[in-house]
Ligand binder design. Sequence first.
Ligand SMILES: NC(=O)c1ccc[n+]([C@@H]2O[C@H](COP(=O)([O-])OP(=O)(O)OC[C@H]3O[C@@H](n4cnc5c(N)ncnc54)[C@H](OP(=O)(O)O)[C@@H]3O)[C@@H](O)[C@H]2O)c1
Length: 305
Amino acid sequence: MTISRRLFTQAGLSTGALLAVNPSYSALETQLIQRHIPSSGEAIPVIGVGTNRYGVGDDQNARTTLKEALKKFHELGGTLIDTAPTYGSSEMVLGDLIKDLGIQKDLFLASKVDSKNLAANTAGYEQSFARFNTQQFDLMQVHNFKDWQNSLALLQDKKAAGEIRYIGMTTHMPSQYELMEQAIKQQGLDFIQVNLSLANQRTSSEQLIPMAADQGVAVLINRPFGGGGVFSKLGKTSLPSWSVEFDCESWGQFLLKYVLSQPGVTATIPGMTKVRHVVDNIKGGIGMMPSIALRKRQEQFFDDL
Ligand SMILES: NC(=O)c1ccc[n+]([C@@H]2O[C@H](COP(=O)([O-])OP(=O)(O)OC[C@H]3O[C@@H](n4cnc5c(N)ncnc54)[C@H](OP(=O)(O)O)[C@@H]3O)[C@@H](O)[C@H]2O)c1
C-alpha cells in the first residue's frame, strides 16, 4: 500500500530526514500497522470499519457513496469490517457491495448474533451467512450480552464445526463491563469488542482492556469517536502543535491514535461512510503512536477544551 508522505512533510520532515534522525524509521512507517490476534498469531490491520450506518436499503445514491468508501478502504489496506443483523439493512447492503467490488477474499468479516432467544439467533446466524454468501465467518460475536449463555454456546459449537474462525462478545455499556470480565476469564473468547473514546468514555482502559490483554484475548474498540458528535466541538479548535510527535494531522487521527496506543488494543472499527473519512482514518493507523505521557497530555488537552 502506498500512502502519501504528507504526514511527514507537514511535520517539516522528509522521510529521508526522519531516517537520518531515527534509523528505525523505514518504509513500514507509511503502511497501515497490523497487530496479532493472541489466540492464533494472525495479523490484522489496526483500522477497520464499523457499519451501523450502512443500512441504507435500496437507496442507490447512498449505496454509491458507501461503495466508494468501501473501495477506498480496501485500496488502502483495510480488511476488518464489523456489522450486525440489527444494523437495519447493513448486512444486506454490505453483502451486495462486497460482491460488486469483488473483495470478499481479502476481508476479515465480523458479525454478531443479537436476538433474544436461541431460535431467533440461529435463524439470524444462518441469514448472515446467506447475506455474505459465505461458508465461514472470520469473527462472530454475541452482541451486548443478548441471551448470552445460549448465544455463546451456539457460537462455540459453530466454531468447533469450522463455520467460524473466532468468537467474541461485544458491549458499549459500562454497566456490562463486569459481566465482560467474567466472560473473559471463563469463556475462552478470542475477541472482545468494547467502547473507548477520548471524547466521552475512557473507563474500559482501567481494568477491562488490560484484563483481556493479560488473558490473551484480542480487543476491538467500537465508537472511537464516541459516536461522532465530538467533531462539531473539535472543528472550532486547532490541533495542538505536539500532535506531530505522533504523526497526527487531524482530529480523527488524534482520537484514533488515542485508542490504538492503549496497551492491549488490537484494532478499532470507526464508523465511516465517506471516502474522505476513510482516507483520514486509515492514517490514524500509520506511523508513531502517542506514548503514555502523550496520552495523558491528550486527555488533559481534551478536558480543558
Ligand atoms: N455493542 C456493540 O457491539 C457496538 C455498539 C456501538 C457500535 N458498535 C460498532 O462500532 C462502530 C463504530 O461506532 P459508531 O459509528 O457508532 O461511532 P464512531 O465510530 O465513534 O463515530 C462515527 C461517526 O464519526 C464520523 N467520522 C468518522 N471518521 C471521521 C473523521 N475522520 N472526521 C470527522 N468525522 C468522522 C462518521 O461520519 P460518516 O459516517 O459521515 O463518515 C460517523 O458519524 C459501529 O459501526 C459498530 O460496528 C458496536
